[in-house]
Design a protein around this ligand. Structure first.
Ligand code: SF4
Ligand code: SF4
Length: 197
């Protein structure tokens, strides 16, 4: 991925940005640009800025550029970068903070709605059944994005159904109210984080 060169001006820089999004700004500023995070990231290939490049944008305070990037939308929260970063920087949390800030500031991005629909469909399915039910999850996702895309996966889906690898009807969990309580607690935590951000 080619490096982008910026002609920096004072107006372009927000020196408080790292403080806003990084749980530990001082640590983020110690990033040595080694690239271990990028090398560990399973979705870096699809990002416009690699994780290493994104940290540099945050470090120098290129707020607009960082918030308009698709990188944090493609972060799967796998924690590989966080575990391997030699500086011990809380990278996954910083990705999540960028997502929250972009949502709070209503930053438009073509990936945003698709990814948000994906998460919504997944979370709703898990909340309803306590585990993923592939048929319902994908139906929810395609109906909220582009139902025609479902046709591309129809053959695969039918094959999996016929082989018994997936089922048409979900199994209902015994402890449904416990799962619901977990979701409510997690939503309350997210709300608290939004207020802090
Ligand atoms: S692994 Fe850590 S130190 Fe290395 S580039 Fe990524 S954030 Fe910076
Ligand atoms: S947590 Fe996000 S940025 Fe870090 S390696 Fe995983 S997908 Fe990549």
């Amino acid at each position: 991925m080619p490096e982008t060169i910026f002609n920096l001006t004072r107006e372009m820089l927000d020196h408080t940005f790292a403080e806003t999004v990084a749980p530990d700004r001082e640590k983020l500023l110690t990033c040595i640009q080694c690239g271990t995070c990028t090398a560990s990231c399973p979705t870096a290939y699809a990002m416009d800025y690699t994780p290493r490049q994104l940290w540099r944008l945050v470090q120098v305070g290129l707020r607009e550029e960082a918030l308009n990037s698709q990188t944090f939308w493609l972060c799967t929260n796998c924690y590989s970068c966080t575990i391997r970063c030699p500086r011990g920087i809380a990278l996954t949390e910083t990705m999540a903070a960028l997502k929250r800030l972009a949502i709070a500031e209503n930053v438009k991005h073509r990936e945003k709605e698709t990814i948000a629909s994906y998460y919504r469909a997944f979370n709703t399915t898990i909340r309803r059944h306590g585990r993923n039910h592939e048929v319902e999850f994908l139906l929810r996702y395609f109906l909220s994005t582009n139902p025609l895309h479902a046709l591309k996966f129809a053959r695969l889906g039918i094959g999996l159904l016929l082989k018994g690898r997936i089922s048409l009807l979900p199994k209902e969990p015994k402890n449904k109210h416990e799962i619901d309580r977990l979701f409510q607690a997690s939503l309350a935590l997210e709300k608290a984080k939004e207020v802090r951000t």
